[in-house]
Design a protein. Sequence first.
Length: 399
Amino acid sequence: MNWTRVWNSKNLSIVAFAYVLISLIAAVQGVFGTPKVYLPGAPAYPDYNNYLIFKYSFYHLIGGKDIYQLFPADHHDLYKYSPAFATVFGLLSWLPDPLGLFLWNLINSLCLFAGIRMLPGLDDKKKSWILLFCLLELLVSIQNTQSNGLMAGLIILSFGLAERSKYFLSVLCIVFSIYIKIFGALAFVLYLFYPGKLKIAAYSIFWMLLMAFLPLIVIDAHQLLFLYKSWLQLLQGDHSASIGISLMGIMESWFGAGSDTVKNWVVLAGLLLFLLPLLRIRQYKDYTFRLLMLASVLLWIVIFNHKAESPTFIIAMSGVGIWYFAQERSAINTVLLILTLFLVSLSVSDLVPFFIRNEFVKPYRIKAIMPILVWCKLIYELTSLRYKPVIQAETSLSR
């Protein structure tokens, strides 16, 4: 059998099968995995503890409880998403855990697959390579039953839909991502590229209000207001309490600079650099420019995220993949891509000795280095137009 011919003719189908397969494998690992003890003397929880946090958020919601408190009888750690997400997760909560877990993994995997699949201008081969580049990192995310594949997919889907002038559904994707993790709001910047801004603003208000009041299906207005206040209080405390695998994490672990003041200045500087390419208004009609700005969004929300964890990096990896395949190949870009694969996906795998992972990779936030370097080069490319486009999307904006 000529495997090259099979790959060239069936590449997206092969990758789709791989994404479904890892969703199933991760679910089986979660169900049959060894229960975890997170704190000395605490009970052991199933390996899919994060899924239980989402599942029980719905039951705590309809039970009239403060969903932002600890529930050690059900799961370890706090629920940190919106009341709207807890409401939507009720669609899975009633299912037996093995089936619900598999469907949750599948939603994350196929949403990312659909987002990349919908990108205009890229042929199926390039899309397949982007998806394969993200495969290991997606597996890390769904093995931890987190929502990061869904987050990346929603942001990329919103871009693909906007390129097709389907703003109503595009805005829904971004708004839903915000009600999962609020940093999805950064993607609203992408709408500067498109006409019909009043219409987009109206759609944004509509979807934001609909999602805000969605929990009224199962709770009353007084309880909903209480939950939003509790959520805000949790997020404020969470910002001060932690520094993840990010630029701020590197500054803390390498230089001991981890105060709230330093974090705020780092985020401000990063935001200004992110916005700098937008001064090139004439480039908005350049599809490659828009696609690279999408990549910048995906990278930014990880490397400047104070809560970034290892499973969060599927979002950054999708940005790196889009950045690389949106332009002509160059030696330096290829080196950066390969180093990113090694230092992000493989550095935390069993291919690296446990001692090195535990004493060097994790404490020094090695996983964040390459996404930061790629983003810096990306900003340089966008501000100086030092990229060589190889694609031109057939969209209403490009014509």
